[in-house]
Ligand binder design. Structure first.
Ligand code: TMP
Length: 254
């Protein structure tokens, strides 16, 4: 098989040049990092499960009218996506207080926020993704005012849709991080949802017990990390059995 050209390698994913112009192959790794790379580990099978979860959520969102980069899943760890110019902003939507907002504003973890809150961070590992305002984004030309409006509106629609989808499977969408990209086609440029939506980038709690079923299990050494990701996949109707069948040797006969 010819060597594929690596376009970018991140903490949990690798992007390769795609088979057709304007496409990329997004490969999901098992690597996990937290606290800006200070904590590193491997969550066995995470890449396989995240590939399926992101596929599922992106397809549902696109059916609900949100433009996304997802084209199709290629294999257990890879999906074909549209090539975009990533806007260097992480958009975070919060419904319940958890993580950095608790420290920053002295809130108790689990307390309901008065309404959903949208935050922006500048994508920079060296600077630890600092929280920024809309004024920073326009002053430094990271995005135009119109692009900020589109990201803001889409983020709240994504939040509404995903909140409902997760409630249907007894999961509370506490918060999530998404990224957008500029997709150039013919003479048009359009802002579309890119990157991934997985338990790496969301906080998901069981609606009854508040048990954490996301990357906080890894960040906080709570154990049962792989099982939590599998449970999210199982509740979404993505069979963990198929996620385990990455290669023949891993299939156990029962
Ligand atoms: P935070 O509470 O640490 O700011 O995180 C908010 C949400 O964003 C949480 O669901 C985890 C996600 N997130 C990422 O996916 N990547 C990141 O680099 C950060 C800081 C947060």
């Amino acid at each position: 098989m010819p060597q594929r050209r690596k376009v970018y390698e991140g903490k949990a994913k690798v992007l390769f040049e795609g088979p057709e112009p304007g496409t990329l192959v997004q490969h999901f790794k098992d690597d996990a990092t937290a606290y800006n790379n200070q904590k590193k580990g491997i969550i066995t099978g995470k890449g396989v499960i995240n590939n399926r979860i992101s596929e599922h959520l992106m397809l549902q969102l696109s059916r609900a009218g949100i433009p996304t980069h997802f084209l199709r899943r290629l294999n257990m760890r890879e999906q074909l996506v549209k090539q975009v110019e990533i806007i260097p902003i992480e958009v975070i939507v919060r419904n319940v207080a958890a993580g950095s907002i608790c420290k920053r504003l002295g809130l108790e973890e689990g307390s309901e926020l008065p309404r959903s809150i949208v935050e922006y961070c500048y994508k920079s590992d060296e600077l630890n993704d600092p929280l920024i305002s809309e004024d920073h984004i326009t002053a430094f030309s990271w995005a135009t005012p119109q692009e900020i409006d589109e990201m803001f509106t889409m983020s709240l629609r994504i939040n509404d849709f995903l909140t409902g989808l997760f409630i249907g499977v007894n999961l509370k969408l506490v918060d999530f991080k998404i990224e957008f990209g500029r997709h150039y086609q013919d003479d048009l440029v359009r802002v579309i949802l890119a990157d991934e939506i997985t338990p790496d980038s969301c906080r998901l709690w069981d609606t009854i017990t508040n048990e954490k079923l996301d990357k906080d299990r890894f960040r906080r050494d709570l154990g049962g990390v792989e099982e939590a990701y599998q449970e999210v996949a199982r509740r979404l109707g993505i069979t963990p059995e198929s996620a385990n069948q990455e290669n023949e040797s891993t299939i156990k006969l029962r």
